[in-house]
Design a protein around this ligand. Sequence first.
Ligand code: ZN
Length: 258
Amino acid sequence: MRIGNIIALTAGLFLAACVTENAVTGRSQFITIPPSQDAALGLEAMNEVKKTADVKTTGPAAQRVKRIGARIAAISDKPDMPWEFVVIEEDVLNAWALPGGKIAVYQKMVDSFTDDNELAAVMGHEIAHAILRHGAEQMSRAQAQNLAIVGVGAAVGATTKDGEMAQMAVTLGALAAQGFVQLPHSRAMELEADDIGTLYMARAGYDPRAAVRLWQKMKSMKDGASQPAFLSTHPSDDKRIARINAKMATYMAEFKNN
Ligand SMILES: [Zn+2]
């Protein structure tokens, strides 16, 4: 067999091994990072963020974010993830989730949504991103692009040994703080996080109609303002509002059942 064929075959086997079906959504995902690495990666990345950003873990805003986050995480599909909810003291309308359930909400988001139901819509969305492993999926896509450049053979060799995998994960964690936060989720992932996130908030006893109010307010707030990454990479507000409304009967049933 020619070397090109061997590389192509190896790459094919490697990539096939990384496609898994998501237990919550049933969607096939290409993820090179094993689930067992999520917690370590998220912790490493969060520690990097704490070195550079003004991260609050105490005080009224952090307490509120923790209280709402813990209530939603408790009824989610993965209540036992090492959840952590923090506030970043910056005047930015943003929020993000790292693998393993490390979630940050920016101060402006907390201040803008004083109704717990509305903030719960933000947190349900981010909790859904973590549970659906969207960060790991984004990193895997970026990693796959790197593999094409660096050489598939070497990368496959490195991932077959546990020790080297662990070492790679630590290195990746340090590099990933920026990557996980800055790589935009795809539109499909955003809509998926809305679907599951709204279901979770309703199940936790937060009024799902607040999710519609949240996106309407976000839309009016960004009119005329420069768009932060969170907004520019998300699907259009009209589209997500219409989608949430279309499934409102299901969400209200969850809300009334709890
Ligand atoms: Zn999102």
